[in-house]
Design a protein around this ligand. Structure first.
Ligand code: NAD
Length: 243
């Protein structure tokens, strides 16, 4: 039977690239997005690669919505072998100007969603005694970033959660790893000013921004058999932003 991967926030950007890369590897794909419409393009592109793909609309920061989505996906696909916790947002601003609302929103969507989905899909993987979970962290979670108190806190937590889940689930054949991207060209980073983009570019050893497919390739490695003894690791993919 084919394996199934569920990727949160996979209607666009890095999530869409991961969905298509895993479809190329033969995984059936569960696309999660805030609205069903937003995920349809990715679903069509996955189906064109010869695999089954369905869109499930759910806000991954809401436990009840995640529960409903995971239940439906399990019924429809039979197994859930890979979970990629990709959905995320930014609400940047310097600490003294950051609203409580923007702090809480980023923590809820970037961090609590990882708890929701890892608990729910992890329970299915525990019964199967196999699975691979990959979390999208960030260089901001490793090193901090001015203007991103909320975002760097959420991604630092995702790194700690990756290691904790790896320790809890490893003996049951479930691996948990994270990637920490630097600056990747997606709708999330398009909204930065040219001044901000140029400042980041100056710090990148490879002197170019990353592409979503360059994240997807590493995620696919972590999802597949070639990384069968890798767990609890955080792989930075930043073109040499920090060394
Ligand atoms: P993006 O904004 O282009 O895409 C994020 C997707 O997540 C969108 O389709 C959005 O609708 C979805 N989403 C947002 N909130 C959601 C929710 N509550 N429930 C379900 N879906 C939701 O972002 P991206 O650049 O593709 O980023 C993907 C992941 O990679 C994020 O976790 C981000 O923090 C991380 N990351 C990105 C970069 C970068 O440079 N782009 C760098 C480091 C880490």
């Amino acid at each position: 039977m084919s394996k199934t991967a569920i990727i949160t926030g996979s209607g666009r950007g890095i999530g869409a690239a991961i969905a298509k890369r895993l479809a190329k590897d033969g995984f059936n794909i569960v696309i999660n997005e805030l609205s069903e419409e937003a995920g349809q393009q990715t679903a069509e592109e996955c189906r064109a690669l010869g695999v089954k793909a369905e869109v499930y609309a759910a806000d991954v920061s809401d436990y009840a919505q995640c529960e409903e989505m995971v239940k439906k996906a399990k019924e429809e696909f039979g197994t859930l072998d890979v979970l990629v916790n990709n959905a995320g947002i930014t609400r940047d601003g310097l600490l003294l100007r950051m609203s409580e609302e923007n702090y809480d929103a980023v923590i809820r969507i970037n961090q609590k969603s990882v708890f929701n989905m890892t608990k729910l899909v992890g329970a299915i993987m525990l019964r199967q005694k196999s699975g691979s979970i990959v979390n999208l962290a960030s260089v901001a979670g490793l090193y901090g970033n001015a203007g991103q108190m909320n975002y760097s806190a959420s991604k630092g937590a995702v790194i700690a959660m990756t290691k904790t889940a790896a320790k809890e689930l490893g003996s049951r054949g479930i691996r948990v790893n994270a990637v920490a991207p630097g600056f990747i060209q997606t709708p999330m980073t398009d909204k930065l000013t040219d001044e901000q983009k140029n400042a980041i570019l100056g710090q990148i050893a490879m002197k170019r921004y990353g592409q979503p497919e360059e994240i997807a390739n590493v995620v696919a490695f972590l999802c597949g058999e070639n990384s069968s003894y890798v767990t609890g690791q955080i792989i930075e993919i930043s073109g040499g932003l920090s060394m």
